[in-house]
Design a binder for this molecule. Sequence first.
Ligand SMILES: CC(=O)SCCNC(=O)CCNC(=O)[C@H](O)C(C)(C)COP(=O)(O)OP(=O)(O)OC[C@H]1O[C@@H](n2cnc3c(N)ncnc32)[C@H](O)[C@@H]1OP(=O)(O)O
Length: 212
Amino acid sequence: MNNNKKKLAIIGAGGHGSVAYDCAKISLEYESVFFLDSNYPRKKNHKGLPIVDTFENFISASPPGIDYFVAIGDNQARKKLCETIIALKYPLATLIHPQAVVSDDVQIGAGALIMPGSVINTGTTLGTGVIVNTCASVDHDNEISDFVHLAPGTRLAGGVVVGECSMVGIGAIVVQNICIGSSVIVGAGATVIHDVEASAKVVGTPAKKIKS
Ligand SMILES: CC(=O)SCCNC(=O)CCNC(=O)[C@H](O)C(C)(C)COP(=O)(O)OP(=O)(O)OC[C@H]1O[C@@H](n2cnc3c(N)ncnc32)[C@H](O)[C@@H]1OP(=O)(O)O
């Protein structure tokens, strides 16, 4: 880590917090990193770093010079905290692993996490708080809305649209020009060949709706 005085508060000391820290560490952007977690003070460290407070307590003291990253996998919970930070006008960090391949015209929203091995192709936009997880492949001209999670190994062809807070499960495939609505769950390993309506849960090959 270099000494440019930036500090990063990672909110959420769980598995997602661990990988976010890995990403922050390797990006060399931060002088120091610490966690905020709702289990504080019962839990006081994670990955060898201190958990210094709960998010609510810490943010109410509004210390200066800190970037925030919300490391919570649940899309709705991540949305809520990111929106709180944005409303308070604190900086929301975007973490991009150096071993991700991101085309130079890709637009990436604040609070996004781009994990190693992922490939994001030209013309794609990623909204606020999006997770592009390990080895996900997002091809050209995709529109990935705010607080979407593309799980490890997902493969999205060209021109795919994914609505806010949707989750595309591990290893799922989405063919070209498909529109997935908001708050959708695409099951692990699914193959999506038709548009998916908002709030649906779809599984299988080809993907079909199951009861929510
Ligand atoms: C780094 C990380 O860990 S990131 C996290 C990555 N995790 C994921 O991608 C998880 C994705 N989640 C899934 O695939 C889940 O199985 C879900 C969300 C699709 C469904 O979960 P639930 O709503 O709990 O459904 P439930 O387990 O009750 O299954 C309902 C039915 O769908 C079937 N089903 C569930 N998931 C799948 C799937 N991925 N593919 C095919 N069928 C499935 C079940 O077999 C069951 O069928 P049945 O009624 O004939 O017995």
